[in-house]
Design a protein around this ligand. Structure first.
Ligand code: CP
Length: 349
């Protein structure tokens, strides 16, 4: 990020920022989905599968643990998380990295008035990798920029930034789609429905950005009025020639698609309490929908769920959200290995 000031950097399009998130031709920071191309997505899926295989035996487990021994990571999660936090922690452990954590600003010197920037700058003095979840959109990007400015360029991974992006969830979603459709022509040409709070759901936003890398996909955005996909992303899809339709009727869309991606209402961002007036039950995957869903289609959810998918649906073989959870761990191992340039060691194992 040398030779550019923050204001100029902020004005760049996501795809133009990509080069600033690289170092010596390798991925360095993981900030937004627009930075990834098809080659990278294919490589990360292949690497995750290779790591799964290696970790099945004791020798492989020891090999993986030896790769990054002596390295340290900080998990700075100041928004709630179960899956992302734990899967990053376990991914670090699989690669032999030691983790420290801050999960609440009330336990750090931020409570005494220290700025967020100084807080993260402090982490960069102690660790080799910073993984952060933060309520502010763009915070991870600002920190990555700052660390270069002060000459302590530690890789930053965005583990969820406000309503904006969750790029590592999108990577695990791509891996899940890739595995689910590997015997059915891959992700190219698939029809995917996104259901629920699409305006504020960062997992959907990040996954939609990634899906422009696949040929002939068609997206259906099914949401209540007022929670439809943001204009910025729709403009991006149009520019990228990705075909999409918007609607409100889930029952009409289910028979048409290869994947249904359910989401919960994101009312933590709803200061005026307007979400309470929405009948969100229309955006639940009812048991009757199993009869009209294609036999090879899949049901996804980034979780946590709050009734969008009743528990009895879990038994259907098309419900793959618990596999998504586990895929998240393997993809995060692959991602960290790539950032730390251990992917070749793994590929050659
Ligand atoms: N999918 C996801 O981000 O889950 P958590 O909020 O539990 O990390």
């Amino acid at each position: 990020m040398k030779g550019i000031d923050w204001k100029t950097f902020q004005r760049l399009r996501g795809s133009e920022k990509k080069e600033y998130f690289m170092q010596f031709g390798n991925i360095f920071h993981v900030i937004m989905s627009q930075q990834f191309d098809r080659k990278f997505l294919d490589e990360i899926c292949e690497l995750a599968t290779k790591i799964r295989g290696i970790s099945k035996g004791n020798k492989g487990v020891k090999f993986l643990q030896s790769l990054l021994q002596g390295k340290r990571a900080m998990l700075y999660f100041v928004q709630p998380s179960t899956r992302t936090f734990l899967s990053f922690m376990v991914a670090c452990q699989i690669l032999g990295i030691q983790c420290s954590e801050v999960r609440d600003t009330s336990t750090s010197s931020e409570l005494k008035g220290e700025s967020q920037e100084d807080t993260v700058r402090t982490f960069s003095s102690y660790v080799d990798l910073i993984v952060m979840r933060h309520p502010q959109a763009g915070f991870a990007e600002r920190i990555a920029f700052l660390l270069h400015q002060i000459g302590r360029p530690v890789p930053v991974i965005n583990a969820g930034s406000g309503k904006d992006q969750h790029p590592t969830q999108a990577l695990l979603d791509i891996y899940t789609l890739h595995r689910s459709f590997e015997n059915y022509g891959g992700i190219d040409g698939k029809k995917i429905a996104f259901v629920g709070d699409l305006l504020r759901g960062r997992t959907v936003r990040s996954l939609v950005y990634l899906l422009r890398n696949y040929d002939g996909v068609k997206l259906y955005f099914v949401a209540p009025k007022g929670l439809q996909m943001g204009e910025d992303l729709k403009k991006y899809m149009s520019e990228q020639k990705v075909v999409f339709e918007e609607g409100e009727d889930l029952g009409e869309v289910i028979p048409l698609v290869d994947a249904v991606y359910m989401t919960r209402i994101q009312d933590e961002y709803d200061e005026a309490g307007e979400s309470k007036r929405i009948d969100y039950s229309r955006y639940h995957f009812n048991k009757e929908y199993l009869d009209i869903l294609h036999p090879n289609a899949i049901i996804m959810h980034p979780l946590p769920r709050r009734g969008e998918i009743p528990v009895e649906i879990d038994e259907d073989r098309r419900a793959i959200y618990w596999r998504q959870v586990r895929n998240g761990m393997w993809v995060r191992v692959a991602l960290i290995a790539k950032i730390m340039q251990k992917d070749r060691d793994i590929t050659e194992y």
